[in-house]
Structure formats: structure tokens, C-alpha cells
Design a protein around this ligand. Structure first.
Ligand code: FAD
Length: 475
């Protein structure tokens, strides 16, 4: 058949995994084509994920902090929210970053073919070209021939089949559109994404209920970290319903009426102006005709890979959300680099000792490496050091001393194997713990590292000192 484009490396999908792979591939001298359906590069993370959510979270965290200033003798009036302008700010953040990516692609001579790609065989992808922002197919098809391919087609929100179609029932993408500020909102799913959006909307003044099927929020985090978040937020949310599932929703004149079942279900159905469904994400593996290339996709849509990001087909790689948990941008980026390097003939491996997770809630909750729960489940003997922020001068000066920093050490090797932080900026602070784990540091290494005083980061050194049984009182 006819071939419109040829390259050494084709990357399918321009999210964090895909653009990182394409840029690395081009830097290694390979002719590279990036196939992306939407007009803007950056995938879920830049357009409808990590970045827009943080633009909004920053805004609402400043609003929240301003409210507490009356305790310091500084008062402001009630905020006046111009929602179009707030949305504009969020969109300008996205535009800056996605525009930057387009420039980087150009500078590296990575060609972008815009359209919906699917495999024809192990050396050809057919792209149905899209127009506008990528929602509309143009009907025209082009074929790309490649030597190696890297699949980075990502994931999308899981839908709940019993929910009707209605503009007031949204997923995270819909919630980030910020069409209006609902009076009453229901968040179905108490994971990171649901809680971040709940934080944003409650900051904007919505009354929020959260329904979570499991017996705890923020699955994956140690309970002691999550409990601090829960205590701090006890008054912030209307009703946090654990072990409770939404079972039915009906469109009524005055809102969406939702019925619940479970331990903490309200006896009556509740009416909401907005319902956010945040019950997980599903990989796009079944939508790209991978089988035409001989690539195996499991029944859920995941593609399995080895530690060089290779699928069962030697010349085809896969990275990011489509290869499995954790579905996080930083994991996708590192996998993308490995795939591009191996595709270019280098001996690289994905061999991370830790992949951090962060709930960008208020306070933030961050953890890396093994959690205490995992150590217990796996029978790993561990020691821990904990530094409460109630003893941190900086946390007290900030008026936010509810948090703590915890480090976990292997009882035999004494090396750090995990850590968790709850408190303001925990997501930024966890980076040091990540590095310590990768470097195989022990408590002496971390405790003897001079940290700047007074900072929140100091709490990492002091948690190590606590593990060594040293006094952690600050002057
Ligand atoms: P994606 O970002 O999903 O990109 C895949 C790309 O492939 C998309 O652009 C898609 O259009 C394109 N594509 C798919 N199929 C085709 C096809 N057939 N043809 C052409 N193009 C195709 N992660 C974090 O690390 N930190 C966070 O703070 C964070 N916050 C988040 C907040 C929200 C609300 C959400 C939803 C997610 C968040 N995530 C966060 C997760 C993060 O967005 C994902 O892990 C990350 O985007 C995955 O990258 P990826 O490259 O695998 O795929």
C-alpha cells in the first residue's frame, strides 16, 4: 500500500510518556514521528490532568490561606470569584506548557502527525487525520512506516454504567472545565483525583459529599498520613461516606438525584448540582488495533512489557498508563526515556527503586518507596523515624503544624526503604526521600546532612535523627 511518512521510531500518543520518548529518540539521532489525536501535545497530564488541577489548587489554597489571616489580625472581605477569568488563568497555564512542547518538538525535528492512529501491522500505523482541536476526524488517512514503535496511548476515566448522560454528571476532564460553581456536589471515589477536585471545588465554595466504596480514602497511603488529612478536613466536607457506593442517579428538575447503598449511606437519595465520577482510569490498549501488529493486550486493555519496556513484539515498546499502575506522569516519563534508548540500541533498563505518589490536597500527602502497610504485609522488618511538625519552627510560623515526616529503614541493612510526609508542600519535600532511597542512604547519611533552618525540608533530616534515637529538639 501507499506510505505517506517514514521514520525509524514512531511514538503513538503525545502525553508525558510519548513526548519524553520522542524527544529522547530524536536526541539519539533517530528520525522520529509523534502521532497524536489532539491539536495540543501533552496528553492527559498537561491538558486535563496534573497541570490544570494544580493551577486551580494553587488558587484555592491561596484563598484558603487568606481566610486564616484574620487570626493574625489581617482581614479581607469575602472573595469575588470571576469564574471565566479563573478558567482563563488555568487555560493560559496549559497553553504555555503545550506551546513549549510544540516548540521543543520542532527544535528536535520530531514531526507530529495529527490524528487517530491504529496499527496495520508491525511496521505500519494508519492515521485518520483530525482537524480543529482533534475532536473531529477529517476523513483523510495517512500511513506511517516505522522500524520501531513506542505505544504511549494512555488511559481514560472509568465510566459508571448506571449513570445517565447529563452535563451535570462529569469525569475529571469535565470537572476541570470549570463551567460553574455548583452549590452541592458529589464526588464518587475518594482517591487522589477525586480528593484533589473536591479540594478545588470546596475552596470555591461548593458543599461537597464524598462517597467511597472502600473503608478508607487515598488508597495506597499509610493510614497515619491519611488520618492527619482527615482530621484537618473534618469540617471542610459535608459528608464523607466510606464503605458506601452510589447505586442510581436520576435526572430531576432541580438536580441529579443520587441513591446510595452501604454502611454510611444517607437514608434518603440526595440532590446535587454536579456529580464527579472519579473511580479510576482504564488503559486505551484495546483501541489501537495492537493485535494487527501482534502486540498482546490483556482483557482490561493493559499491554505487558519487560524491564526494557518491550512488548511481546521485539520492535514494539509500550510506556505510561497503558502498561499499568501507578498511572502517574513521572513514571511515564522515565519509562519513555528507557523505551527510546532501547529502541536506539542502548542497554537501558527501567529499574526504579521507588515511584512517589502525591495527593495534592490540603494538607498534601506524599509517599515513596515502601509504606509501613506494605512492610507489614510483606513481612519486612523495619525501623522508623518520625518527626512531628508540631516541633518544627517553620511549620508553626506558617500556622500549619498538623503534619509529620516519617522515614522507614530496613532493620537489617539500615538503609532507607520508604517514607511518607503529610503537611503543606509534602509533594515537594518527598523528592529528597526519593533520592535517599535511590542512593541507598541510611539514617546517619540523612541525619548528618545539614539542612537549612528553619525549613519544612529540615523535617527529613530530623526524622532520620529520630530513627537514630537522637534528640530532635530545635533551638
Ligand atoms: P496520556 O497522558 O494519557 O497521553 C496519551 C496520549 O495519547 C493522549 O494525548 C491521547 O490523545 C493520545 N492517544 C491515545 N490513543 C491515540 C491514538 N490511537 N492515536 C493518536 N493519539 C492517541 N499524574 C501525576 O504524576 N501527577 C499528578 O498530579 C497527576 N494529576 C492528575 C490529575 C488528573 C485529573 C488526572 C486525570 C490525571 C492525573 N495524573 C497525574 C495522571 C497523569 O495524567 C497520567 O499518568 C499521565 O498523563 C500518563 O501519561 P501517558 O503518556 O501514559 O498518557
Amino acid at each position: 500500500g501507499k506510505v505517506d511518512h517514514e521514520c525509524e521510531v514512531l511514538v503513538l500518543g503525545a502525553g508525558p510518556g510519548g513526548y519524553s520518548a520522542a524527544f529522547r529518540s530524536a536526541d539519539l539521532g533517530k528520525s522520529t514521528i509523534l502521532v497524536e489525536r489532539y491539536a495540543k501535545l501533552g496528553g492527559v497530564c498537561l491538558n486535563v490532568g496534573c497541570i490544570p488541577s494544580k493551577a486551580l489548587l494553587h488558587t484555592t489554597s491561596v484563598m484558603d490561606e487568606v481566610k486564616t489571616m484574620s487570626k493574625h489580625g489581617i482581614s479581607y472581605g469575602a472573595p469575588k470569584i470571576e469564574i471565566d477569568q479563573l478558567r482563563g488563568y488555568k487555560d493560559s497555564v496549559i497553553a504555555k506548557l503545550t506551546g513549549g512542547l510544540a516548540g521543543m518538538a520542532k527544535a528536535r525535528k520530531v514531526s507530529v502527525v495529527r490524528g487517530l492512529g491504529r496499527f496495520l501491522d508491525a511496521n505500519h500505523v494508519e492515521v485518520e487525520l483530525t482537524q480543529g482541536d482533534g475532536q473531529d476526524l477529517a476523513g483523510k488517512k495517512e500511513v506511517v512506516r516505522f522500524q520501531r514503535a513506542i505505544i504511549a496511548a494512555g488511559s481514560q476515566p472509568v465510566k459508571l454504567p448506571f449513570l445517565p448522560e447529563d452535563p451535570r454528571i462529569v469525569d475529571s476532564t469535565g470537572a476541570l472545565l470549570l463551567k460553574s460553581i455548583p452549590k452541592r456536589m458529589l464526588v464518587i471515589g475518594g482517591g487522589i483525583i477525586g480528593l484533589e477536585m473536591a479540594t478545588v471545588y470546596s475552596g470555591l465554595g461548593s458543599r461537597i459529599d464524598i462517597a467511597e466504596m472502600m473503608d478508607g480514602l487515598m488508597a495506597g497511603a499509610d493510614r497515619d498520613l491519611e488520618k492527619v488529612w482527615e482530621k484537618f478536613n473534618a469540617g471542610r466536607f459535608e459528608n464523607i461516606m466510606l464503605k458506601t457506593r452510589a447505586t442510581k442517579a436520576e435526572v430531576k428538575a432541580d438536580g441529579i438525584q443520587v441513591s446510595f447503598e452501604g454502611e454510611n449511606a444517607p437514608s434518603e437519595p440526595q440532590i446535587y448540582d454536579l456529580v464527579l465520577v472519579a473511580v479510576g482510569r482504564t488503559p486505551n490498549g484495546k483501541k489501537i488495533d495492537a493485535s494487527a501488529a501482534g502486540v498482546m493486550v490483556d482483557e482490561r486493555g493493559f499491554i505487558s512489557v519487560d524491564n526494557q519496556m518491550r512488548t511481546n513484539v521485539n520492535t514494539i515498546f509500550a510506556i505510561g498508563d497503558i502498561v499499568g499502575q501507578p498511572m502517574l506522569a513521572h513514571k511515564a516519563v522515565h519509562e519513555g526515556h528507557v523505551a527510546a534508548e532501547v529502541a536506539a540500541g542502548e542497554k537501558s533498563y527501567f529499574d526504579a527503586k521507588q515511584i512517589p505518589s502525591v495527593a495534592y490536597t490540603d494538607p498534601e500527602v506524599a509517599w515513596a518507596g515502601l509504606t509501613e502497610d506494605q512492610c507489614k504485609a510483606q513481612g519486612i522488618a523495619y525501623e522508623k523515624g518520625l518527626f512531628p511538625w508540631a516541633a518544627s519552627g517553620r511549620a508553626i510560623a506558617n500556622g500549619r503544624d498538623e503534619g509529620f515526616t516519617k522515614l522507614i529503614f530496613d532493620a537489617t541493612s539500615k538503609r532507607i526503604i520508604g517514607g511518607g510526609i503529610v503537611g503543606t508542600h509534602a509533594g515537594d519535600l518527598i523528592g529528597e526521600v526519593c533520592l535517599a532511597i535511590e542512593m541507598g542512604a541510611d539514617a546517619v547519611d540523612i541525619g548528618k546532612t545539614i539542612h537549612p533552618h528553619p525549613t519544612l525540608g529540615e523535617s527529613v533530616g530530623l526524622a532520620a535523627e529520630a530513627a537514630l534515637g537522637h534528640c530532635t529538639d530545635l533551638p
